[in-house]
Design a protein around this ligand. Sequence first.
Ligand code: ZN
Length: 352
Amino acid sequence: MNRRPDMDAHFAEKRRQYVRKKKSKTKGILLALMCIAIAVVWTFIGVAIYQLSKFNDPVVDTATGTEDVSPVSTTEAPIETTTAPNNQTLVTVERAQVTRGSLILVSELVDRAFDFEQEEELVTLYGNKSKSYKISSTAIKLNRETFDAVEAMFNAYKAETGNGDYQITQAHRTLEEQTSIYDSYKETYGEEQGTMLAARPGYSEHHSGYAFDMNVYAGGQGYSLGTAHEVNPIYGWIYDHADEYGFVVRYPEGKTAVTGITNEPWHFRYVGKGHASYMKEHDLVLEEYVALLYKYPHDGEHLEFEYDGVKYEVSFVMFGKDVDSIDIYVNADKTYIFSGENSDGVIITQIS
Ligand SMILES: [Zn+2]
């Protein structure tokens, strides 16, 4: 090479500068890449922490059953959960419910006395009732739910027939009142027959406030309800329509072996709309209906039927020993009603 040494030096310096520049440029790109990498990693960590925190939060609001909407992003899909299906609300059934409600079974055949006093819930009919029917005593009382249904039923009867001769003769009874009835029946009819005709104190559904006896009172005379329709066919109206208002004939002919009580065509029991019609249609007394419902546990298939355009879904939960409450899911779109069966369980009726 015949290049001048100064030229060589010049090029060497240029090359060094170039290399330095190139080095510093590479360094800058590496730094930028590292920064991007760190930013990406932090973003991942941030998203992961956020997702984890969402898993720890309850996804479904148990009070309303609505899906929890993310406060950060409204476009994000909700996390799937197996704890609460859509439209389900968690509710608590308390053991105290076992002895309350329109489906309680008070019977000599249920090995549990009904000694639950509910004086505070009773309505005295005298002074509160309409003029669509009569009462034989100012002391007649029913619980609020039954009183409202009685009013609706007899108002409909009066409107339809113009007649107001139905008369309530017996309704709620205290344990003391039942004791005196029981004793007098035993005295009059003897031990064996007397105990067949009157329920033992604590085992009469008259204690519940859901039952009443009635007759017909016309022209200054009383007629037994079972034969009153022979006097005038309009008195048979109640047997055709009672179920529409939630009532059943509690001790019909042919069911004595099941109920333990002989035919009582005058004794009506409020069980609730829908239930009454299902029982009538399928010829079931309350003992048989409750036994049927035992086959529909709440966490299994429910008994479903329709009455008067309303859908009924009925199921059952059993408490068992030492259980004070049970949490169950009900459909948030439906109305639900609890009723005990006076033994160990609660019947859930969902209506839509
Ligand atoms: Zn009765």
